[in-house]
Design a binder for this molecule. Structure first.
Ligand code: C2E
Ligand code: CA
Ligand code: CA
Ligand code: CA
Length: 279
């Protein structure tokens, strides 16, 4: 099953090999034609651990497929990455999400908006322009936009990554390193980059269920200590249980995200959800 499926009513998607080959072709051609119109964005709350306040949201793309239902990103983004379609998709997402955040702010609900940027787009010339256009058109204050990049996408070409991040930082947008702990990148290189946030991959919390919880706690605390020293903020991903929440609080993480704290949900549902949960 695709990860992340089910909870926010994303359909399970487990094709056989032959189906998978057909699916890739279908995705590639559909994404070229009408699929961008069928993409939807769900938003998952990012919560401050000290106050419980909602700091912002992460935008997670889904495809409202006319026959197959709501598909998770894993079902189509890797194909989009190969064909290059991920670039127009992210360009659309940057527009959609910055406009959404600007509209929420105008309604008295300012939320920091995190958007995932694929490796392919990060290494493309257009990213800087796409971000600039989205900010200009939406009027969103740049520090309300966070671009999430994986360790692997910055590690591919550290020199270029640094130049690219320096330009993006000069606009005032924030940069987060996503899925930290899964990429095995050089820490020295990673932390030389102008990043503002480290998102600690949920595999660390999953590991806690197998290993001694104390060990995971120590690893988490060490990572958080490192972020403090570097003056960047930390987000724990995949907080699913009260035990996870206790561990990330104890380790001193600034922020957290996970099913326990809030599922990804459609834009229309978010303001009401925040009012209900944080009244
Ligand atoms: P990610 O950036 O690490 O996003 C977090 C994923 O974890 C999301 O899966 C989210 O629904 C899921 N999640 C949230 N809380 C929990 C939890 O408590 N437990 C578990 N097990 N999972 C949780 P989703 O939406 O299926 O997205 C999967 C991946 O697809 C994302 O991982 C990201 O790498 C990529 N992705 C999603 N949206 C976009 C996008 O707009 N652009 C790009 N380039 N990539 C995207
Ligand atoms: Ca992410
Ligand atoms: Ca992540
Ligand atoms: Ca991930």
């Amino acid at each position: 099953a695709a990860k992340g499926s089910g909870r926010d009513h994303v359909h399970l998607f487990t094709p056989s090999l032959r189906e998978a080959a057909r699916w890739r072709l279908e995705v590639a051609s559909r994404l070229r034609e009408d699929a961008i119109d069928q993409l939807v964005v769900h938003y998952q709350p990012v919560v401050r651990l000290d106050t419980g306040a909602i700091e912002g949201v992460e935008a997670l793309v889904r495809w409202q497929h006319p026959e197959r239902g709501l598909l998770p990103p894993d079902a189509f983004l890797s194909v989009a990455e190969e064909t290059g379609q991920v670039i127009p998709i992210t360009r659309w997402l940057l527009r959609e999400t910055t406009q959404r955040a600007a509209a929420w702010a105008a309604e008295g609900l300012p939320l920091r908006m995190s958007v995932n940027v694929s490796a392919r787009h990060f290494s493309a010339e257009t990213l800087v322009r796409d971000v600039r256009v989205a900010l200009r058109e939406s009027g969103l204050p740049p520090d309300q936009l966070v671009l999430e990049l994986t360790e692997t996408s910055v590690a591919e070409d550290p020199t270029r990554a640094e130049d690219q991040l320096t330009v993006l930082r000069s606009f005032g947008v924030r940069v987060a390193i996503d899925d930290f702990g899964t990429g095995w990148s050089s820490l020295a290189q990673l932390f030389a980059l102008p990043i503002g946030t480290l998102k600690i991959d949920r595999s660390l919390l999953t590991a806690a269920e197998r290993a001694a919880a104390g060990e995971t706690g120590a690893v988490l605390a060490a990572i958080v200590g490192l972020t403090r020293t570097l003056g960047i903020s930390s987000v724990a991903e995949g907080v699913e249980t009260p035990e996870h929440l206790r561990m990330v609080r104890e380790a001193g993480c600034d922020l957290a995200q996970g099913w326990l704290l809030g599922q990804p949900m459609p834009a229309e549902a978010l303001p009401g959800w925040i009012r209900r949960v944080h009244a």
